[in-house]
Write a protein that binds this ligand. Structure first.
Ligand SMILES: [Zn+2]
Length: 356
């Protein structure tokens, strides 16, 4: 049975629907589950079309935080789809709109939410696809306030990269690191989903981009994306290369998400007064820090997690303006495991999408 067109338009059949369900450690299954009811007042019903795979999905795979979760749980931490029905009182959406959704169940009324700092919500009920059911299901009902419309011309695959692939990077580089046109930035893992987005966004405002990659093929692709200097971290110590290329001055900003393996080298790459922003620790979460170096060099280190709703809208605008996310591969739902293998094996260049 082809998965792509079981439900279209406003068709709302009371049939079971397909979902990618996480049952336990390394136990993900495509299964039929009950569809949601018609959208309630203030809700939008979305036919999910594309789900972006992320390290969060891998962590689910590895069994992190299982104790706190109710299994089985729908996987998927970012997605895009088409509005197929709206509940009473919904004014911003209509059938046929391409939309994406915020990936956390925020309260909408605390101080942080009111100020648009959604990822600091004081009453957040969990991250979808991690603590609570995610987006990997054919139909989903979401509150209107957590749905974001994509401008015309943005595809489902691209829009699916907006909440994390692009939104996280928008938040890191511009809200947190306050990257300015003409500055220099070191982007770690330039072949990853967020690494490719960081290269694109930094180059778009005229920054000089240094990036690390694990092989020469990824290096050539990173260069083609616009990176000025590509460093194969398996062959060279990246901190030595960056310091040499910057005349021992260092860069203005380091975009970190690798963690233990790169932390000290990343700090050595920073200019005096430089900014390091981090959103991940794929090589491990523990590192040491030399406090003398921290205060004498006047570094600013910022942790970043997720993004604000506005960052997703900004990301979609960038896409509509021609900044296409780098998509490594698109797999049908039945072959989602191939996508996870590509991410886990570090074979990807860009994002992996599962089509629904
Ligand atoms: Zn809140």
């Amino acid at each position: 049975m082809p998965l792509g067109n079981r439900r279209t338009g406003s068709e709302r059949l009371n049939l079971p629907m397909l979902s990618l369900q996480l049952h336990g450690d390394r136990d993900l299954r495509v299964e039929e589950i009950a569809p949601p009811p018609p959208p309630a007042a203030g809700e939008v019903q979305i036919r999910v079309r594309a789900v972006g795979l992320n390290y969060l999905d891998l962590w689910g795979f590895r069994g992190m935080a299982f104790a706190k979760r109710k299994m089985p749980q729908a996987a998927g931490v970012e997605a895009a789809g088409e509005v197929i029905a709206v509940g009473e009182g919904v004014s911003r959406f209509r059938e046929g709109d391409t939309v994406t959704m915020y990936g956390a169940e925020t309260c909408g009324h605390c101080k942080a939410c009111r100020e648009g700092r959604d990822n600091l919500c004081e009453n957040v009920a969990g991250i979808m696809g991690f603590h609570i059911d995610g987006f990997a299901r054919e139909l989903i009902n979401r509150p209107e306030r957590l749905v974001i419309k994509a401008p015309k011309g943005v595809s489902f695959e691209d829009a699916a990269c907006a909440p994390i692939g692009f939104g996280t990077v928008q938040h890191m580089l511009f809200d947190n690191a306050r990257l300015e046109p003409g500055e220099s930035v070191l982007v770690h893992a330039g072949g990853s989903g967020i690494g490719t987005a960081a290269i694109l966004m930094a180059k778009a405002i005229g920054c000089t981009v240094y990036t690390t990659v694990g092989d020469d093929e990824k290096g050539a692709k990173a260069k083609a994306l616009g990176a000025d200097h590509v460093i194969n971290y398996r062959e060279d110590r990246f901190e030595g290369v960056v310091r040499k290329l910057t005349g021992r001055k260092g860069v203005d900003v380091v975009f970190e998400h690798v963690g233990a393996d790169t932390w000290n080298g990343s700090l050595l790459c920073l200019k005096r007064g430089g900014r390091l922003v981090t959103c991940g620790a794929t090589s491990g979460p523990s590192a040491t820090i030399n406090l003398m170096q921290l205060f004498q060099q006047q570094y600013r280190i910022t942790g970043s997690f997720g993004c604000r709703m506005e960052n997703i809208a900004q990301s979609l605008e960038k896409m509509a303006g021609g900044m296409k996310p780098v998509i490594d591969s698109v797999f049908p739902l039945a072959e989602f495991e191939k996508g996870l293998e590509r991410i886990e094996g570090r074979k990807v260049f860009g994002k992996v999408i599962v089509a629904f």
